[in-house]
Design a binder for this molecule. Structure first.
Ligand SMILES: Cc1cc2nc3c(=O)[nH]c(=O)nc-3n(C[C@H](O)[C@H](O)[C@H](O)COP(=O)(O)OP(=O)(O)OC[C@H]3O[C@@H](n4cnc5c(N)ncnc54)[C@H](O)[C@@H]3O)c2cc1C
Length: 283
């Protein structure tokens, strides 16, 4: 459990981080909270030659409102600080709810939003949440900044649309003001563990009708997925349509089999958890 030796570089600014990544190419890795990267290095599943520590880049911490009416959350904001942030609690409470289910208190105080997303693990809770929220990633590289939609960000297992020399600077999410309800249902082997399957339901109701429903699924494939068949079946219907619609939650997914669950069991969980999440979200 001892990592291979590596060079350590501390970046004080986003520009310094990008420059270090550019200099060292795919031999370098950013170090955020270290809660996903360091375990991989200890197992020698990852052997970066250079670690670029971004822990002191204050420009990537905290939450603010953007000119276009969204929230911008710095990628180095810890899970605990996301949960405690007044803007997140007021305008995007669903993100605080999902974040509260990530690991334990120790993990939430060290792990960061950007690290959890850039790691690209479909078993993590936050990728499915950002996908369901239609969030976007602001990333910076040697040629400046670009924005990547969440639906384009997660490419494959532990693989994202980030280039080797790009840093996730912030994540933007909409304000869910108005008639939105939500619930994240997470099924784990034991309390505070990774999701065997998770389902996030977001429902916007107008005069008793579901105007819009969104479902993000955790651990139902190599990347987080939206249960679009369920979403389509619910638009314009009443909450009594949820039970039938949720039967389509596993349609088009590629749920893995592992020591904790077979693919078929995961499909069953997706249907049950989606129904529960949507019923709670619809109030
Ligand atoms: C015991 C334990 C239990 C956990 N339980 C859960 C759980 O239940 N649910 C869950 O969702 N997660 C869980 N996690 C993971 C946790 O959420 C981690 O904090 C998160 O996955 C990684 O965040 P980090 O800041 O530690 O990133 P790091 O480990 O530092 O980095 C992860 C990867 O992202 C890259 N990276 C980091 N920041 C950036 C950036 N700004 N731009 C570009 N690339 C970047 C790094 O180079 C690395 O490849 C658990 C972790 C542990 C150790």
């Amino acid at each position: 459990m001892i990592p291979a030796s590596f060079e350590y570089v501390r970046a004080g600014t986003i520009e310094e981080a990008v420059a270090a990544l550019r200099e060292h190419g795919d031999e370098a890795k950013l170090l955020a909270g270290g809660h996903s990267l360091l375990p991989l290095m200890k197992l020698r599943l990852a052997t970066p030659e250079v670690l670029v520590d971004i822990g002191r880049v204050d420009a990537m911490k905290g939450v603010c409102e953007t000119d276009d009416g969204r929230l911008a959350i710095g990628s180095m904001t810890t899970h605990q600080d996301v949960m405690d942030d007044p803007l997140v609690r007021e305008h995007c409470g669903v993100l605080a709810e999902v974040t509260a289910m990530v690991g334990d208190a120790q993990v939430r105080h060290r792990g960061t939003l950007g690290g959890a997303l850039a790691h690209g693990d479909a078993a993590s809770d936050l990728p499915a949440a950002i996908l369901a929220l239609d969030g976007t990633f602001t990333v910076e590289g040697p040629d400046g900044r670009r924005e990547i939609a969440a639906r384009d960000f997660f490419v494959d297992y532990l693989t994202t649309a980030l280039q080797d020399d790009e840093v996730v600077v912030e994540v933007r999410v909409p304000k869910l003001d108005g008639d939105w309800g939500w619930r994240y249902e997470k099924f784990s082997r034991v309390s505070q563990a990774w999701a065997i399957v998770g389902a996030l339901g977001l429902v916007k109701r107008t005069n008793g009708t579901i105007e819009e429903a969104r479902v993000g699924l955790t651990h139902m494939g190599a990347v987080p997925v939206r249960a679009s068949a369920v979403e389509d079946a619910l638009a314009g219907n009443g909450p009594d349509a949820i039970a039938d619609a949720a039967q389509h939650a596993a349609d088009g997914t590629d749920a893995p089999s592992d020591l904790n669950a077979t693919s078929a069991f995961r499909q069953h969980l997706a249907r049950v958890l989606t129904r529960r999440a949507l019923e709670a979200a619809a109030g």
